[in-house]
Design a protein around this ligand. Structure first.
Ligand SMILES: [Zn+2]
Length: 281
């Protein structure tokens, strides 16, 4: 995962270290819930989890895309509009989470059933109660990151066109955001079927590796054309391509990884309710 906030201290740190992942294990030796992890469907615990509820993901926003030296990162800017930012709630989330940014990793950070994908997008959300991304990073239930895998398909994905056409304008242009022509509907970057996903408690995948992230990794995969992937990942910094922005897999430490599915038995629903309200009055 990747966060942004101008030239913050982690950003400067990460500019130096991003391609030196050998540093990571030293930082994380004492930690127990680091990300990313390898997800195995057979080992994940099928669970009844109420549907996620999305607000404003179908609204067309004005969005900028920026080359921050590590990836392409997109943020909504809509000072001309008083509308709300996209938020997600429901599922097993503790409250409402506001979308802060979307960015990409090539190759994927998570693996599913041993497979690493050519591209993974992260939609980074912060808990509305925390007010800002920075505050949320310190809170145990501060962040929700949705991860979407992309696979090279037979045809190209027209929903990525707006992003790609702007991407080429920011190659070698560090921290100079450009507005995406035609705006962006955030839902275009999510699978249609949002009821099947893996979820687990994890961390940021960049320093300071805060263990404050509820991960939602969708099972459904989005297509991307071979040429589109090349256009997206040929973005450069100081004349050289950004070669690696993927953290290596972390130990799951026997964490519970839940698989949310709409195909579920009455017994599992009963178990979920029992567990959810355990310890209540
Ligand atoms: Zn990321």
């Amino acid at each position: 995962m990747l966060l942004l906030d101008g030239i913050s201290s982690w950003f400067k740190f990460k500019l130096i270290l991003f391609n030196d992942i050998s540093v990571y294990p030293i930082v994380c030796q004492k930690e127990k819930r680091q990300s990313p992890i390898g997800i195995c469907k057979e080992k994940a615990k099928s669970a009844f989890i109420p549907p996620l509820v999305f607000y404003y993901y179908n609204f067309k926003y004005k969005v900028t895309v920026e080359n921050n030296g590590q990836t392409l990162i997109m943020k909504i800017f809509d000072d001309s509009c008083v509308c709300e930012l996209p938020t997600v709630t429901g599922g097993n989330l503790d409250g409402e989470y506001v979308l802060d940014n979307i960015h990409f990793h090539w190759n994927s950070e998570h693996t599913i059933n041993g497979k690493r994908f050519p591209l993974e997008s992260h939609l980074v959300h912060y808990n509305k109660k925390c007010g800002t991304l920075e505050n949320a990073m310190k809170h145990p239930k501060g962040l929700v990151v949705m991860a979407v895998m992309f696979e090279i398909g037979h045809c190209y994905n027209p929903k990525l066109d707006n992003i790609l056409s702007t991407t080429e304008m920011i190659s070698n242009k560090l921290n100079k955001p450009r507005e995406i022509d035609g705006g962006l509907i955030i839902d275009y970057l999510l699978p249609q079927d949002k009821n099947k996903y893996y979820t687990y408690e994890g961390s940021l995948t960049v320093p300071d590796f805060n263990e404050t992230v509820q991960w939602i990794v969708f099972e459904r995969i989005l297509p991307i054309g071979d040429d589109q992937l090349k256009r997206l990942t040929k973005i450069q910094l100081k004349g050289s391509p950004i070669k690696s922005n993927t953290r290596h897999l972390q130990d799951s430490n026997n964490r519970h990884i839940y698989y949310a599915t709409d195909k579920i038995t009455a017994k599992k629903i009963k178990d979920y309710i029992k567990e959810k309200f355990r310890g209540g009055c």
